[in-house]
Write a protein that binds this ligand. Sequence first.
Ligand code: BDR
Ligand code: CA
Length: 309
Amino acid sequence: MRVFVDCDPGIDDAVALAYLAARPEVEIVGIGAVFGNNSVDITADNALRLLELYGRPDVPVAVGAARPLVQAPRLAAHVHGGNGLGDVELPAPAGKPIAESAAELLVRLVREAPGEIDVLAVGPLTNIAIALGLEPRLPELVRRLVVMGGAVRAPGNVTSHAEANINNDPEAAEAVFAAGFDLDLVALDITMKTVATPEWLSDLRSVPGERAERTSAFLDFYADFYTGIFGVRQCAMHDPLAAAVLVDGHLVTDSFEAPLRVELSGGLTRGMTVADLRPRPGADDRRPARVVTGVAEAEFLTRMMDSLR
Ligand code: BDR
Ligand code: CA
């Protein structure tokens, strides 16, 4: 399968890349970097470093949006470290980003192979929204879009109702939800329940090799942050779970379908992902998305560990 990844690495983005890179049947056709966990220059540079670490140095990396469509950017060094990777220094990459922007690269790739490429979006949706502006037929040209983002019935993680990727660019997310993609949403509803447990984190420490060693070091920083949330030393694995939903669909045990919208104006709720849960959504002609609500957690954790061996 052919996958374009749009991301803001980011510690859990890194693990998502490891998850995909370890699978010989997955061709990563390109990476779009976006601001989010850090500035876009840093997330693009991290993507290059991570592709070398995880054994896919030839994947093209394109720099994308440096800021949201409307609001001012907010970054997340407190969660992902000053360098976006838990302050762990990876070797400088041999390659550099290509000249096309992330949106241009995505549009070119899907025009060259209509209906063949899946998109995994695990950062703010700005690049995808810009790509929609360049190519309104994007939802037909992309085979499937899996988004990590939103909090549908669960609480948010940056405000009471908003999750970081959606909140970082609500206007972009709303444009993407409106566009008619074949879309799976992997929201906090499932990612906060599918965590790297203390045992998993400790097992990873005994896996030999540079991939596991470096990833374990990123995750140490991430687990420090998440310990403050969970009260035990474990961490949410948002982005790798979205990667798993894309490439290991059998792991999904439960989901529901609903049209999605993003609240753009509420004083308390801006950035909230709103699913219309009525059995027959009002005058809503928006294509419903699948919202993942159950996964085979043990198998996911095993596969994630295997990808780091
Ligand atoms: C999402 O926000 C980012 O900080 C993570 O990388 C993940 O994509 C979780 O809300
Ligand atoms: Ca991310």
